[in-house]
Design a protein. Structure first.
Ligand code: ATP
Length: 145
């Protein structure tokens, strides 16, 4: 089966570097599904989760924004921040959600409100990705007796 290279990097570190079968990423205009041999593409990302399919298994990461480039069967994500699901500290993300919600409800300046909204989206993306960690059972119809 055809694969493509996926590299996810931040200014600080390489988060992911593998040959993968499929990728779904939070493009600025909506979810982007990318398969091997995709046409060249450059797009901004919004905070959200990245789903990767590799060898029949799904894995998840959180990304807070950045850029995604597809070129020559290689996908490069330059992320502001990115974490693999298993690296995410759920309590820290929950605390960040609470802090952001308090700041939003305290109706600070427009600038503070924008920052709180972005912080909320980052932390919610982390919680979403982290909670996918446990492999999900198939949720099809129950077997007939
Ligand atoms: P916090 O208020 O908890 O620091 P934040 O959204 O302000 O959250 P960022 O500035 O986006 O944090 O990220 C700072 C660094 O911490 C980055 O390297 C990011 O990957 C990491 N990080 C942030 N939140 C978490 C988390 N819940 N679990 C693991 N790493 C995290």
């Amino acid at each position: 089966m055809a694969t493509m290279r996926l590299e996810i990097v931040t200014a600080e570190r390489r988060v992911y570097s593998e040959d993968v079968d499929m990728l779904v990423a939070p493009g600025i205009d909506g979810q982007l599904g990318i398969l091997p041999n995709h046409a060249p593409l450059l797009t901004a990302l919004q905070p959200g989760e990245i789903r990767v399919d590799k060898d029949g298994e799904e894995s998840y990461m959180a990304v807070s924004g950045g850029f995604l480039e597809v070129l020559s069967n290689r996908v490069t994500i330059l992320a502001d921040t990115a974490e693999r699901a298993e690296e995410i500290d759920i309590e820290r993300a929950e605390a960040a959600v609470r802090r952001a919600q308090e700041r939003i409800s305290s109706r600070a300046s427009d600038r503070d409100l924008q920052r709180a909204l972005m912080s909320l989206r980052r932390s919610q993306a982390r919680l979403l990705a982290a909670r996918r960690r446990r492999p999900r059972r198939d949720v099809g119809a129950p077997p007939h007796s």
